[in-house]
Design a protein around this ligand. Sequence first.
Ligand code: PMP
Length: 352
Amino acid sequence: MKAWESKIRKVVPYVPGEQPNQKNMIKLNTNENPYPPSLLVEQAKVDMDAASLRLYPDPAASELVKAIADRYELEENQVFVGVGSDDVLAMAFLTFFNSDKPILFPDITYSFYDVWAELFRIPYQVQPLDENFRIQASDYAKENGGVIFPNPNAPTGVLVDLDFIEGILKKNTDVIVIIDEAYIDFGGVSALPLIKKYENLLIVQTFSKSRSLAGLRIGYAMGNAALIQAMQDVKYSFNSYTMNLFTIRLGVAAIQDQAYFEKTREKVIATRERTKVRLKELGFSFQDSMTNFIFATHKNYLAKDIFEYLKTKQIYVRYFSSNLRIQNYLRISIGTDQEMDTLIAVLKEYLR
Ligand code: PMP
């Protein structure tokens, strides 16, 4: 190794799901919404003119912050926006996890958490889920430098209730607790009301799933004004203009169409429930999912083999090979009814 090579920062990056681009593929591997965004977004796009891109965007993305604050009945100083919730979560790790004590999160969870912890040199300790993929509240009662988990958890799909979250908050009053609610709109109850009672609670959500805008990249955090101010200070120490003009305008349009949001999330939930019944009939088992995906294992067939077979039929699902505990599981995103019918028919053929 050359001397300069030894000075290069070595990191093991997060590996996102494949983004294949085939004409007739069925893409059920990255939890995108199968329905297009609201028509208000389409209109906002038409109304945009290229000339407005001459100027820098508003660094505070105030229009979008205001629209989100209005939607959730918050003050504008209680909302932070970023380039997808990945950006928001990365900023939150950098801002809030500053202790010599380890931060705590589950062993099976969003696989970006350990990547950020490594990148920012934050000590961490993973806490094993039980055999039914449940978080053990007692694991989060020890001394720590902060707590983060998704609710519902990913990729398990398992939801906890607000009493459970409040139990964890009561044991963790001296650190920041982050609840990653990327999938909360598909049947969970948000912990947002708890920010009034717990000033150390940060809620993170995204436009990528329930608002059909993974491609636009909008995530947001909600919490008390001191937390949001601390995140702003870190953001402005890094890059002021993270949200582009296009994204801000289209995001405002998206959050204003509550009726469309309700309609599409109900469609996804109905398709998920239908798919659960049919996957069970085919010999799959899974914990009850409250997300837009199902995390399933088959009693007779290897997940990896099913994954490879589906790929030959241009059906993409997610397979995580690196975590031993979930090596025999597939994460299947919920598509349209028609897409799920095709999936079931193809699985039926294979599992005969
Ligand atoms: N949190 C969880 C639990 C996720 O699964 C994802 C999606 N990969 C994200 C956050 C980030 O999503 P986005 O950056 O698109 O908002």
